[in-house]
Design a protein around this ligand. Structure first.
Ligand code: XMP
Length: 302
């Protein structure tokens, strides 16, 4: 019989045997998977665990602070690297979605390499791969070409100086909460990424998600996001014409993310969200709602 207790006991034992007291590196994102992984590793190897959290500058509002305080509460030390400038520099002027993903993946590796020089010898890298990731990365890489590169699996360079361990590989996850993709806000800004656009998008996104929670819709929505569009449109404020930015709101219902329906958010809730964004976020004068289903549209816009 499978129980969480028996899983923890067995996984802990297995990690101890596999790593034999050597240091284990774990990249944390604040997401459920890497947090669970870090807790399991802490229990298994104690101070031999080295957690690294990279801020790529593409996170949601206050997200980095929240991650750090969560780990503080868990009593797990985190080596924090704020690599915002480096990421934004490499992403500067880049428009292609896949190019953005590639740059972000490569920069993560660069940042880790630089970090490792300070951290010192590491023998094991723990990854939070779950069973569905294993399956998905196989199907996505079929002959019909890559749909979107999945950053969790297969994205690592070959000949890394450590051995991989994947203690969660047999686990499924009860999806809960709205997921946040690895490339973060980079694939939610259509066109070039700038600090100014990131700031506007963060504010708008926070309002959207907060209002979904307030309306009691958070749990029935599978994914919700705000997209910064690369167009400007005319508006009016007082007796001045404005010529400013547009954001699109995207919310879907789904069971597995492979197909999805646009969420039927009540019009009054959409109205509140739109008013708040336009009134509170400087530089945005128009909000639109995405009513496309997947397929043929994807959930993200990039
Ligand atoms: P799409 O846009 O493919 O999204 O319909 C399906 C789900 O996958 C997420 N997604 C990503 N997650 N790295 C990730 O970690 C990515 O590059 C990526 N692209 C899409 C998306 O947020 C949605 O939940």
């Amino acid at each position: 019989e499978w129980t969480m207790q028996s899983f923890i006991a067995e996984a802990t034992e297995k990690i101890r045997t596999e790593t034999g007291g050597a240091r284990v590196l774990c990249a944390v994102s604040g997401g459920v998977d890497s947090t669970v992984l870090a807790m399991l590793l802490k229990r298994a190897v104690g101070d031999a665990l080295v957690c690294v959290f990279v801020n790529n500058g593409l996170l949601r509002k206050n997200e980095a602070d929240q991650v750090l305080s969560t780990f503080r509460e868990l009593g797990i030390d985190v080596y924090y690297v704020d690599a915002t400038d480096q990421f934004l520099e490499y992403l500067s002027g880049v428009e292609s979605p896949e190019q953005k993903r590639k740059i972000i993946g490569n920069q993560f590796i660069e940042v880790f390499k630089e970090g490792l020089e300070q951290i010192g010898q590491i023998d094991f890298l723990a990854q939070g791969t779950l069973y569905p990731d294993v399956i998905e990365s196989v199907s996505v890489k079929g002959p019909s070409a890559t749909i979107k590169t999945h950053h969790n699996v297969g994205g690592l360079p070959e000949n890394l100086p450590f051995k991989l361990i994947e203690p969660l590989r047999e686990l499924f996850k009860d999806e809960d909460g709205i997921p946040f993709p690895g490339p973060g806000l980079a694939v939610r800004i259509l066109g070039p990424i700038t600090q100014e656009r990131l700031d506007m998008l963060r504010e708008a996104d926070e309002i959207f998600i907060a209002e979904l929670r307030k309306a009691g819709l958070y749990d029935e929505i599978w994914q919700a996001l705000t997209v910064f569009l690369p167009v400007k449109s005319v508006g009016v404020m007082g007796d001045e014409r404005t010529y400013e930015n547009v954001v699109a709101l995207r919310a879907v219902t789904s069971t597995d993310g492979m197909t999805a329906d646009w969420a039927k958010i009540p019009h009054n809730v959409l109205g509140v969200i739109s008013n708040r964004i336009i009134n509170e976020v400087r530089g945005i004068n128009r909000v639109v709602y995405d009513i496309s289903s997947k397929p043929p549209s994807t959930i993200e816009w990039e």
